[in-house]
Every structure is written in C-alpha cells, then in structure tokens.
Design a protein around this ligand. Structure first.
Ligand code: HEC
Length: 115
C-alpha cells in the first residue's frame, strides 16, 4: 500500500515535470533575436553600432549585456533599464514610446543579448 502511494506520488511528479517543460521553454523563447535584428537594423542601426563599442550618434552596443553598466549613463545593465531607454529615450536618444509592443521589445532584447 505504501509502495503504491510512493509510486503514485512519483508519477504525479514526473507528469508535472513534463507538463511544465513547454511553459518554461516558452518563457525562454519570449524574444526572437532574428526579428529583433530586423527591428534594430530599421530603427537603431543609424545611431548605434551592433558590431563594436565605438560611438556613432549613440554608443556602440556590442556586448551590452555582458557589461555591468550601461555605456552612456552608467546605470546597471538590465532588461528593464534597456526597455525603458527604448521607450523613454533620453540623453539625445528619441523616445520610441509605444512604437514597439511587448513582443517586439522582447525581440529587440533577445538580439541585444546576443551581441
Ligand atoms: C537618433 C539616434 C538614435 C536612435 C535612432 C536610437 N538611439 Fe539609442 N542612443 C542614442 C544616444 C545619443 C544615446 C546616448 C544617450 C545618453 O548619452 O544618455 C543612446 C543610448 C542608448 C543606450 C544606452 C543607454 C544608457 O543608459 O547608457 C541604449 C541601450 C540604446 N541607446 C539603445 C537603442 C535601441 C535599442 C534603439 C532602437 C530601438 C536606439 N537606441 C535608437 C541615439 C539613438
């Protein structure tokens, strides 16, 4: 009887793990770096290099997420800070406000993370 109970609990645990796996993958795939690359090329590339840290109109963004601090303002690097920079702009960068929906922002972040 006890053995059966243990078996049943183990089975429920295994099923829960299987069911939750796709959800976890979804979270990971929130941003599509390929789409982010297109958005970046259309809008950000005139002012920002993606292949170096050399400043153009704005700072080069290569390796942005590998740094501890943001290149222009020195704020700690985080997804929230980068999204806020895109939406609010500042320091000579235009605000993009609601130009990008949540998915597109995640696409841009996924691309920037890969630089
Ligand atoms: C018209 C030129 C221009 C465009 C277009 C532009 N930026 Fe910027 N960006 C700037 C300038 C100038 C700064 C420096 C701001 C400062 O000195 O505080 C900057 C700063 C940044 C920073 C660093 C902010 C910090 O806190 O150090 C990030 C990240 C960034 N831009 C991302 C983007 C992304 C992503 C896009 C496209 C959605 C974009 N920018 C479009 C001009 C631009």
């Amino acid at each position: 009887m006890v053995k059966r109970l243990v078996l049943a609990i183990a089975l429920v645990g295994a099923l829960a793990a299987v069911w939750s796996a796709p959800a976890a993958q979804k979270g990971k795939a929130a941003g599509d770096a390929a789409k982010g690359k297109e958005l970046f090329a259309q809008t950000c590339a005139p002012c920002h290099s993606a292949t170096s840290k050399t400043a153009n109109v704005g700072p080069g963004l290569k390796g942005l997420f590998k740094e501890k601090t943001m290149p222009a303002t020195g704020r700690p690097v985080s997804v929230a800070v980068v999204k806020s920079q895109i939406q609010k702009g500042g320091g000579g960068m235009p605000a993009f406000g609601s130009k990008y929906n949540a998915q597109e922002l995640n696409d841009l972040i996924a691309y920037l993370r890969a630089l």
